[in-house]
Design a binder for this molecule. Structure first.
Ligand SMILES: Nc1ncnc2c1ncn2[C@@H]1O[C@H](COP(=O)(O)OP(=O)(O)O)[C@@H](O)[C@H]1O
Ligand SMILES: [Mg+2]
Length: 311
């Protein structure tokens, strides 16, 4: 029997999105560490089909084998895992006890953060197809533990694609990482609008689906989407002036970030050398973001005005 306290983020899934290189993986690792520090059990699911390196940043001994291999490979190479856009049906066996999942697909960081990798395209050769099957795994994979109800962070690849492929339906919250660029600010506004539209019941794209049962299924999945809110974290902020500038631009669109991770040379050095991100680095800032997340989850505050803007 678990004696752990019933924490407000237990069992929740939080997806980390943002433009290329804005710091999604950095924020995901820092939040995973801060959540663990606070006493949560934590899973980190690497859902970026392209970039590697998160296991090293986490200080894990090895890279876990991608779950794509466990689920039988991509449909484009004769395997079983389909793209959620063509085939919205749930991934078979996605809800799985970790005791049934071979150890090669699981890794744990020194502090006990569980790490999984959805899949990588790097070794799939030219013309391998689209990475939608990896997004399906990210959407549906749900490991269960006998004595833990972990909070799960999903580290997505850059851009909108995976959220447009329906990954937002299986997330409780979306965190958009905003670095100090106008492209990142623009993406924050677009993500906020996308979630607002989802919550307002705007229908997803189904014109490509021939089977009416599949159209019904997609519409049902979106109707039942669990996403509650979209939240914003500033990253790689150098100084107060930059922070104020980004904050003001976002405020013009009724977006109020839940926290800031400052620029830290130790972070870029860790990523360069493949070293673990040290405990001291920005962990206080990540800890404050965890507190803000808990306040949001407890319903103490609503952070984002989920009103789509007229374009
Ligand atoms: N807060 C930060 N301070 C300093 N460098 C950072 C910070 N966040 C990210 N970086 C740098 O930016 C690069 C991209 O970050 P990463 O987290 O891998 O972005 P993403 O996952 O969005 O592609 C890293 O290799 C690192 O050098
Ligand atoms: Mg990344």
């Amino acid at each position: 029997m678990s004696t752990k306290p019933n924490r407000v983020l237990n069992g929740k899934r939080i997806g980390v999105f943002g433009k290329g290189g804005c710091g999604k993986s950095t924020v995901a690792v820092l939040l995973a560490k801060a959540l663990k520090d606070t006493g949560y059990d934590v899973c980190l699911l690497d859902a970026d089909s392209t970039n590697v390196g998160i296991s090293k940043a986490l200080g894990a001994a090895t890279d876990p084998t991608p779950l794509l291999d466990f689920y039988g490979g991509m449909v484009f190479s004769g395997g079983f895992v389909t793209c959620p856009v063509d085939d919205p049906t749930p991934l078979k066996g996605a809800h799985i006890s970790v005791d049934e999942l071979p150890k090669t697909f699981q890794e744990t960081s020194p502090e006990g953060i569980h790490l999984f990798v959805a899949g990588k395209m790097g070794d799939k050769g030219p013309g391998a197809g689209c990475d939608g099957p990896i997004a399906k795994i990210a959407r549906d994979f749900r490991p269960s533990y006998a004595n833990e109800t972990p909070v799960t962070l999903v580290d997505y690849k850059a851009g909108f694609e995976d959220s447009a492929r329906g990954n937002i339906i299986s997330l409780d919250w979306i965190i958009v990482v905003v670095d100090p660029t106008s492209a990142a600010i623009q993406m924050a506004i677009h993500m906020r609008d996308m979630v607002a539209q989802l919550k307002a019941g705007v229908s997803p794209a189904t014109a490509h689906l021939e089977d009416p049962a599949m159209v019904d299924l997609v519409n049902q999945l979106y109707r039942e989407a669990r996403v509650k809110d979209v939240l914003f974290v500033l990253n790689r902020v150098r100084d107060d002036e930059t922070e104020r500038y980004v904050w003001d631009r976002l405020a013009e669109h009724q977006i109020e970030p839940i926290g800031t991770i400052h620029d830290d040379p130790l972070l870029s050095a860790a990523w360069l050398k493949g070293d673990p991100i040290a405990d001291a680095v920005n962990l206080n800032e990540a800890g404050r973001i965890v507190e803000a997340l808990e306040e949001v989850a407890a319903g103490m505050v609503t952070r984002t005005a989920l009103e789509p803007e007229a374009s």
